[in-house]
Design a protein around this ligand. Structure first.
Ligand SMILES: Cc1cc2nc3c(=O)[nH]c(=O)nc-3n(C[C@H](O)[C@H](O)[C@H](O)COP(=O)(O)OP(=O)(O)OC[C@H]3O[C@@H](n4cnc5c(N)ncnc54)[C@H](O)[C@@H]3O)c2cc1C
Length: 441
């Protein structure tokens, strides 16, 4: 079979790898001049660094297995994480569960409540029972008021901004499960994984495998339309130098976001409605290369609405600065609506807005510490999956024959992540092969 894949992110490349290995002729089209999608990297101080902070959890088995299979499993480093929360003008470490008892931003009885609610979610096995409610509704009936206000709400806001009250409960359940599984024992430290040569090594290796089997990866090559004849997808239209050409395929897999997909192809209303029902948050990320460390924490949630960003992720508190020419790398992140004025702010405007707040995390911080700034805006960073989603999830097989879809809105009940895009890409590759075998018979 000739298979056309739209998008060279984790899902498209994983699918392309499996399809090429199975003897299919694969062509991957990528709109950007680089591969990797949301986990793409840039050069920093001679090393590679993700444009958006990335790590793996110990239960990210699809990615861990893929790396082993590609012969690059040895690149994965497991490091104890350091997590903190900034609240009421103070940084509270959350490294061991005992730190919870020292979290004086709320009364002792609320800390106990927070611990008990977390434990309850850890022990809960069946996410389907939690499906009918939002995380906020569930927490309002199980968590104390103070623990909701000081802990849970900032955590939800940190991920979903003004949509924090719309996300379904399976998201929160999944988060707690993942974080527990990444701990060594109930009272142990959380371990996070990172490929020491960056996620780029995974994507570069996948591409090499596709090329080795006669496939192609075309960068800076956006697909403009999926060509449909008699209800069957037969090719893609691409544009080069103002000229549109069509390439024909036996099957087409699209990995583009749900709001982009209907621009490529006319879809029946039912399916289009399912796609349109999921709203995506965008992410705006400012990356600072600093002369000195800002904090002693890898991941800091901000539970203080006077700070104009939602998280400080100091990557070089996970990986050593010498990977980046000695620079200390700090991400300042915000999840917001694509219509939010902050999404349209320039790098300079964001830096001017953010930098005055950095002395809250380190009183010695000075602007002169900043060696270089990078900026990244991702329009489809985080789908907001509401309650009861298992009944509304769009199928991978679209209503158009031989046209498939694999994007982050189809990852459920887990939260989106490179691990799940790899798992989904490989699963859809299997479905495409199975459907191809049936048609060939
Ligand atoms: C700020 C941030 C932090 C994150 N942190 C983590 C983390 O710590 N760990 C983790 O595992 N995951 C993390 N993620 C999530 C992870 O990066 C994504 O879930 C994953 O990379 C999605 O892969 P994908 O292939 O499904 O989609 P994408 O990466 O979005 O790939 C889709 C590709 O399609 C291309 N495309 C779109 N339209 C067209 C077109 N018309 N023609 C051709 N190509 C097109 C896009 O350019 C893109 O490359 C993070 C994401 C963000 C934004």
């Amino acid at each position: 079979m000739r298979v056309g894949i739209i998008g060279a992110g984790a899902a498209g490349l994983a699918a392309g790898y499996d399809l090429a290995r199975a003897g299919n002729a694969v062509v991957i089209f990528e709109a950007a001049p680089f591969a990797g999608g949301q986990a793409a990297t840039i050069e920093v101080g001679g090393g590679r660094l993700e444009l958006g902070y990335h790590h793996l959890f110990t239960n990210d088995t699809a990615m861990i297995e893929l790396m082993d299979e590609l012969g690059i499993g040895g690149s994965l480093r497991w490091v104890p994480s350091t997590v903190g929360t900034y609240a009421g003008g103070k940084i509270y470490p959350f490294v061991t569960p005992m730190d919870l008892l020292r979290f004086s931003a709320m009364p002792f009885r609320d800390r106990v409540n927070l611990g008990l609610v977390t434990l309850r979610l850890q022990r809960h096995r069946d996410w389907k029972i939690l499906e009918g409610v939002t995380a906020r509704e569930w927490l309002e009936s199980h968590a104390s008021r103070a623990s909701y206000r000081v802990w849970w709400e900032p955590m939800l806001r940190g991920k979903f901004g003004r949509f924090h009250d719309q996300v379904g409960m399976p998201w929160l359940w999944g988060k707690i499960q993942t974080r527990v599984k990444s701990r060594k024992g109930l009272f142990g430290r959380e371990m996070l994984g990172y490929p020491v040569h960056s996620f780029d090594e995974i994507f570069t290796t996948l591409i090499a495998q596709v090329l080795k089997r006669g496939g192609a990866v075309r960068l800076s090559c956006p697909v403009k339309r999926v060509v449909v004849e008699d209800g069957r997808a037969v090719g893609v239209e691409i544009e080069s130098g103002g000229v549109r050409t069509t390439e024909r395929f036996d099957a087409i897999l699209s990995t583009v976001p749900s709001f982009e997909f209907p621009k490529l192809v006319d879809l029946p209303e039912d399916y289009r409605k399912k796609l349109a029902a999921v709203h995506y948050l965008a992410a705006v990320v400012v990356i600072l290369e600093l002369k000195s460390p800002l904090t002693g924490t890898y991941w800091m949630n901000i539970a203080d609405r006077s700070v104009p960003f939602l998280g400080v992720i100091e990557h070089t508190n996970l990986m050593p600065p010498d990977l980046y020419g000695g620079s200390h790398v700090v991400y300042l992140t915000n999840y917001l609506d694509r219509a939010d004025p902050m999404f349209k702010m320039s790098q300079t405007e964001l830096v001017d807005t953010y930098l005055p707040h950095l002395s809250k995390f380190n009183p010695k911080f000075e602007r002169s510490w900043v060696k270089r700034v990078h900026y990244n805006a991702v329009s489809a960073a985080q789908p907001i999956i509401g309650p009861g989603y298992s009944q509304r999830i769009p199928s991978h097989q679209t209503p158009i024959d031989r046209l498939w879809l694999a994007n982050t809105t189809q990852i459920y009940p887990e939260d989106r992540g490179t691990n799940y895009s790899v798992r989904m890409g490989r699963e859809v590759a299997r479905m495409i092969r199975a459907a191809g075998d049936t048609t060939a018979r």
